[in-house]
Design a protein around this ligand. Structure first.
Ligand SMILES: [Zn+2]
Length: 147
């Protein structure tokens, strides 16, 4: 239900576990075990005794959700640490030298991009491209990023 919010929080480099397939009881146990704050729109879930550390997300719109999380959990956003995690796995990315990835990327990308990062889990490769600029502009429009 909050998959979009989870992705945006990963763009901002926060450690976010997301698994839509988990039962409520499993989700709460995992949160307790990994000392995570549960973000949810499900009131029944937060009534569980062990779901003590939680934030009830009020809004449907992802921009408002993101602002609520940052304000109410007191999280700061730093421009320099955007895009540090795999959006699919939440794993911190590692730098790859351009010559190591040349065979995997389109020639135009190989010729124009200098910085590549890879997810050690799913092996997905990331590089700065127009969609990164687009995401930064969206974060600015959402009031999450300034300056
Ligand atoms: Zn990954």
């Amino acid at each position: 239900m909050l998959g979009s919010l989870a992705s945006w929080l990963r763009v901002l480099d926060f450690d976010v576990a997301y698994d839509a397939g988990l039962e409520d009881a499993e989700l709460v146990e995992r949160a307790v075990l990994e000392r995570r704050t549960i973000l949810t729109r499900d009131r029944r879930l937060i009534q569980r005794r062990r779901a003590r550390d939680h934030l009830f997300i009020r809004d449907d719109a992802v921009a408002a959700q993101l602002r609520q999380v940052l304000v109410e959990l007191g999280l700061g956003v730093r421009r320099g640490s955007l895009f540090g995690r795999c959006l699919r796995c939440n794993t911190p990315l590692v730098e790859e030298p351009p010559e190591a990835v040349r065979a995997e990327v389109p020639p135009y990308v190989a010729a124009t991009q200098r910085r590549f990062r890879r997810c050690p889990d799913c092996r997905r490769l990331y590089w700065s491209a127009t969609h990164v600029t687009g995401m930064v502009e969206r974060l600015e429009a959402m009031g999450v990023l300034s300056g």
